[in-house]
Design a protein around this ligand. Structure first.
Ligand code: SF4
Length: 308
């Protein structure tokens, strides 16, 4: 029996659905029931009736699913797969800003954060809804944690807001080098540059399209160019190639490949083993979960785009 057949059998036994993030390896995306960004998958989980969700991604993604669907068993095939940025929320800065700005401050927490950080925040956002949600907030002062790059991008688009950030960032996107992007653009002058807002400002300045992974995938499927320079983590090109309805599109990465090593830790063997042994279950203290769920639910209420 192949490993894919084994996974299929265990899935039926456990009444399980497999989610995979776009940054996981292609073979993981291929066996998943749903592939998406963390927001789409967390929202989708609330609509599914299965007992178990296997989240092929990093810890904060599984935690968001568990917070919004507490009745489900959520398994991480690789419990050590964690997002370093999730731990870069400066709690002292949250206290200082609350003391300084009072009710005219909103603490906005990117979903790439720990449960503890969410519990200290007013509303969560993702890269796909950060602009619209922050734009709707009545407060003028916004402490945006943990990603300074996404925070500065939001600030550049919403000049009436006073956006305050800490120093956190995604090491994978932060390391994308604008000179390498420029070199590629010089060699492929007609290529469209697609950048995630977690990239640093220099990279964003040379981008033609800035957006969440879903937005970049959509741009790569519908823009008229043959070539796309991809400034986000490796893995997304798999979906871009599947979604493009013509085979001639090509996807180019900077020569220092932006690989998320935590996402790469998820393998088919680990998916099979966690389903077989029911290992890697996400468990969150009930009182903490209660507080952390509120900003996530607030995000769902404020998000206008249609769901999955
Ligand atoms: S790509 Fe960056 S933000 Fe995403 S999980 Fe990896 S380290 Fe975290």
């Amino acid at each position: 029996m192949s490993i894919v057949e084994e996974i299929d059998n265990y899935k039926k036994e456990r009444d399980a659905v497999i989610f995979a993030h776009y940054y996981t390896q292609p073979e993981i995306q291929d066996i998943a029931d749903y592939v998406g960004d963390s927001f789409a998958l967390a929202r989708l989980a609330t609509e599914l009736e299965c007992k178990t969700i296997v989240f092929c991604g990093v810890r904060f993604m599984g935690e968001s699913v568990k917070l919004l669907s507490p009745e489900k068993t959520v398994l991480l095939p690789e419990p050590k797969a964690d997002c370093p940025m999730a731990h870069m929320v400066p709690t002292g800065l949250i206290e200082d800003c609350r003391a300084r700005y009072g009710d005219d401050l909103a603490v906005v927490c990117y979903v790439n954060s720990t449960v503890e950080a969410k519990a200290l925040s007013d509303v969560c956002v993702t890269s796909s809804n950060a602009l619209s949600i922050v734009g709707e907030l009545p407060q003028r002062h916004v402490l945006f944690v943990p990603d300074k790059h996404l925070g500065s991008y939001v600030g550049s688009r919403l000049p009436k807001k006073n956006i305050i950030t800490g120093h956190g960032c995604c090491p994978v996107h932060d390391s994308i080098d604008v000179e390498e992007v420029r070199e590629l653009k010089a060699a492929h002058p007609n290529a469209i540059v697609l950048a995630h807002p977690e990239c640093n400002e220099e990279v964003r300045k040379v981008a033609d399209v800035i957006g969440s992974t879903s937005r970049l995938i959509s741009a790569a499927a519908h823009a008229p160019a043959r070539e796309y320079i991809v400034a986000t983590a490796v893995g997304v090109e798999h979906r871009m190639a599947l979604d493009a309805d013509d085979a001639w599109r090509s996807f180019l990465y900077p020569k220092t490949l932006p690989v998320c090593s935590d996402m790469a830790m998820v393998t088919l063997e680990k998916v099979r083993d966690c389903l077989r042994d029911m290992n890697g279950e996400i468990e969150i203290d009930l009182a903490l979960a209660e507080r952390a769920r509120k900003p996530l639910e607030c995000m769902l209420e404020l998000t206008k785009e249609p769901g999955w």
